[in-house]
Design a binder for this molecule. Sequence first.
Ligand SMILES: [Ca+2]
Ligand SMILES: [Ca+2]
Length: 220
Amino acid sequence: MKNLEILYTQFFAVLSIVLACFFAPSVQAANINDLLITEIMANPDAVSDGNGEWFELFNPTNESIDLRGITLSDDTGNSTVLSADASLLVNPGSYFVLARNGDSSANGGFEADYVYNNFALRNSSDQIVFSNDSGELLRFDYGSGFVPKGGSMELMDSVMLLENYAQSTTAYGLGDLGTPGAAGAFIQPSAISNVPLPAAVWLMGSGLLGLVGFSRRRSS
Ligand SMILES: [Ca+2]
Ligand SMILES: [Ca+2]
């Protein structure tokens, strides 16, 4: 009877470990579509649009996301490939500012993380689209009435819906309103974990417990 109990425990311990290995979920790497477009300055007032337009990304995951080789475009002919010598990383929990002009003495007074060409943010309606060879990865559309003069629109939530953006109230540089590269005045999206606690951990744990129970019975 004791031998049967030991066999029974041993069987379930091994079964648990086999199941844990079999069903262990693959860890999904953070991707472009995890990024949030947290701020858009389409119509600066302190300087020209050609100098002062920018938009901001936030990486809410716990992994760096590489923008290198990604195409930034709209639906009306603006298109540019984001290039870099090595990588173009948006770090975990960090903001990243893409701008038309990286010279802080000419762009209204902010630091850009990346300067793009052949991409403008129209003051009426426009799109910000990130894509690669596989297709679109991230998209934001805005229509007429969205863009204020001399102020950015900041995301107040973790969902990129038009109604979740509001005009910034914080001045930067020459006096336009916005928080390029920093948290805004509103509730900011918080960093989230993109790696869920795998069920395998629980299964493995139960398997190890089974083995512990087995060895204890043996020693007793
Ligand atoms: Ca503009
Ligand atoms: Ca900001």
